[in-house]
Design a protein around this ligand. Structure first.
Ligand code: ATP
Length: 371
């Protein structure tokens, strides 16, 4: 056996967990000003005051979630009168689910899953805060997923106006928006009480990506496993999308590809093969969060047999038995989430023929739907 080959019990990964996407990196560079601003908005809470609200925005994979995790962990060590709760709105994507998550964090039990309203759960949350003399800071991560059907507005409105209804309630809200090109707006009723400090997370520059990826390679792999030209290729691919998550996923997959061949080093081909899967990471991750009816509709559109609205509805109805109004709402949602192109600029689509198409390569959408 050549000395370039890995033995069956050997690995090129020094520290594989460093390449998991939920790993919170020790080295979190190029985000100092954002971390400082975030701490500044939360500082009043340490003194018993309601914190400033905050709106964090930036493209996918630019460190927004990581910044929240870091700051929450650091502050929780020092301030005992504040409860920090981060809700992943991609998973908890209705107003009830969000409030249930907050309830769970505060009361350490889940609320009953049926027969209780959003309002009741919210009331218990606030009563608990007042009785225990605690301040609540809620980060609504990926709030994009709550914008449909008014969930975001209702959650925000309840949290932000709690003190008007319940004397002594102190709640601060951090809304985190992933800019994917779609425009989201809060209802003016929310806007007038939110008044956030805005913190932008811009795309990383090329040199910053080089630095971050270099550090990950150093910690995740043994020395000399990733040659510099291979590392550069990974930075190039990451820069193409601007999403660091894709870069980290590429490192992991490329490493696994090398190990599969029992190779001691990662090659350019390993990276190229990995990119096929990594480039769809974001699309697949967001498609997973759609419900079954939304997936059914997206599948029909991607299959593209009948791009005409009328025909599409017939097919959709046959499978789901849902009526036209619901169908129309779902088309609007898929359009707002930028999966499809549907032009609603006319006088309404009832009775009019419109063509609906996917914005992505239909094969990529179908691939993610199969997962
Ligand atoms: N400055 C950085 N240094 C090291 N790692 C980073 C940095 N920024 C982001 N990462 C890593 O990139 C990945 C994506 O980061 P994160 O989840 O924080 O992005 P995000 O902006 O919240 O994305 P999304 O909008 O899609 O939710 C994570 O694995 C994180 O560890």
């Amino acid at each position: 056996m050549s000395k370039d080959m890995l033995m069956w019990d050997e690995t090129i990964f020094r520290n594989p967990e460093i390449l998991e996407l939920d790993h919170v990196p020790e080295y979190f560079a190029h985000r100092d000003s954002q971390l400082q601003s975030l701490k500044f908005t939360l500082r009043p809470a340490a003194r018993g005051m309601r914190p400033l609200n905050c709106l964090i925005s930036g493209p996918p994979g630019t460190g927004k979630t990581t910044a929240i995790k870091k700051v929450f962990a650091e502050l929780q060590e020092h301030v005992k009168n504040v409860v920090f709760v981060k809700v992943n709105c991609q998973i908890d994507s209705t107003r009830f689910a969000v409030m249930a998550k907050i309830y769970e964090n505060l009361l350490k039990v889940s609320p009953p899953s049926s027969g209780v309203s959003f309002g009741k759960v919210f009331q218990k949350v606030v009563n608990h805060l007042i009785a225990s003399d605690k301040i609540l800071v809620v980060a609504l991560d990926d709030i994009n997923y709550l914008f449909h059907e008014g969930h975001a507005d209702e959650v925000m409105y309840s949290l932000l106006r709690a003190h008007e209804q319940y004397t002594g309630a102190r709640i601060g809200v951090i809304a985190i928006v992933s800019d994917t090109g779609a425009m989201y707006k809060f209802d003016p009723r929310v806007g007038s009480v939110f008044l956030p400090e805005e913190i932008a997370f811009p795309r990383y520059e090329y040199g910053e990506l080089q630095d971050i990826i270099n550090n990950r390679v150093y910690h995740a792999f043994f020395p000399h496993v990733v040659p510099s030209e291979v590392q550069e290729k990974i930075v190039e691919y990451t820069d193409l999308t601007g999403d660091l998550r894709i870069g980290i996923d590429l490192l992991k997959r490329a490493g696994l590809n090398a190990e599969r061949k029992a190779s001691r080093t990662v090659s350019i081909e390993d990276v190229e093969k990995a990119y096929e899967a990594s480039r769809l990471l974001h699309l697949c991750r967001s498609i997973v969060s759609l419900n079954e009816h939304e997936k059914t509709l997206l599948r029909l559109i991607a299959q593209g047999k009948d791009p005409q609205t009328g025909e599409l509805y017939k097919e959709f109805h046959e499978i789901t038995q849902l009526g036209y109004t619901r169908f129309y709402e779902l088309v609007q949602k898929l359009n707002a989430l930028q999966y499809i192109d549907a032009d609603f600029s006319g006088k309404g689509m009832r009775g009019r023929t419109r063509i609906i198409k996917t914005r992505y390569n239909p094969a990529d959408i179908l691939h993610c739907l199969e997962k």
